[in-house]
Design a protein around this ligand. Structure first.
Ligand SMILES: Cc1cc2nc3c(=O)[nH]c(=O)nc-3n(C[C@H](O)[C@H](O)[C@H](O)COP(=O)(O)O)c2cc1C
Length: 197
């Protein structure tokens, strides 16, 4: 029986994205451990670049959809690339849009939906540092600004261009263990919170 519901997101929707592959490994491990997993493709939300003038004309449906997804899940597993030390515009833009959504017709606001979500962070880069700087910036963004509970465990996959086999599995057992540590910390924390009196 599935207990906690986990949303899986990649900060890149690029065809062949290493982060999408890493997110998919995390999704598999979470499902194996009994979680109900939903994967969302940020590109499919079709969100324009945030602009307050545009916002005055209305909030795109994709932002509401993302808020509903967060409201319906206990936890987030996120794999994002590092672009110049930061998470990608695709990710930040989607979360910015969702953060502006107000409560309406029984649907919570973006900030209520984000609040208390247990999050685990992953990153993949062809470089030697595995996107470490983006992990730190993402942690600050999700925790300090969006009110999520980011677990201390995190994993940056180095040399991501050599890390997967043709089926998208991680070839190195140490890397699988790194992802698994994050996934299990998220599930442990989300379960403890869910069962708290
Ligand atoms: C604008 C831009 C900036 C980048 N900056 C970094 C960086 O700071 N650190 C890093 O490790 N890789 C950087 N990269 C390389 C990405 O890690 C690489 O393109 C990676 O494959 C993107 O993730 P994806 O495969 O999931 O799309 C950058 C790529 C782009 C396009």
């Amino acid at each position: 029986m599935s207990d906690v519901r986990v949303l899986v997101v990649s900060g890149s929707s690029r065809q062949g994205s290493f982060n999408q592959q890493l997110a998919s490994v995390a999704a598999g491990l979470a499902a194996q451990a009994g979680a109900a997993v939903t994967t969302v493709d940020l590109r499919s939300l079709e969100l324009p670049i945030y602009d307050e003038d545009l916002h005055l004309k209305g909030t795109p449906e994709g932002a509401h959809r993302l808020v509903r997804l967060f409201a319906g899940h206990d936890a987030l597993l996120l794999a994002t690339p590092e672009y110049n030390g930061f998470p990608t515009p695709l990710l930040i833009n989607a979360l910015d849009w969702a953060s502006t959504v107000q409560a309406v017709d029984g649907q919570p606001s973006g900030s209520t939906a984000f609040g208390g979500t247990v999050a685990g962070l992953l990153s993949a880069s062809p470089g030697a540092f595995g996107g470490l700087r983006s992990l730190l910036a993402t942690r600050q963004f999700l925790q300090m600004n969006l009110g999520m509970l980011v677990v201390p465990e995190q994993f940056g996959l180095v040399r991501a261009d050599q890390a997967f086999d043709a089926a998208g599995a991680l070839v190195d057992a140490g890397s699988v263990a790194g992802v698994s540590r994050v996934v299990h910390a998220v599930l442990r924390t989300a379960r403890a919170l869910k069962n708290a009196p």
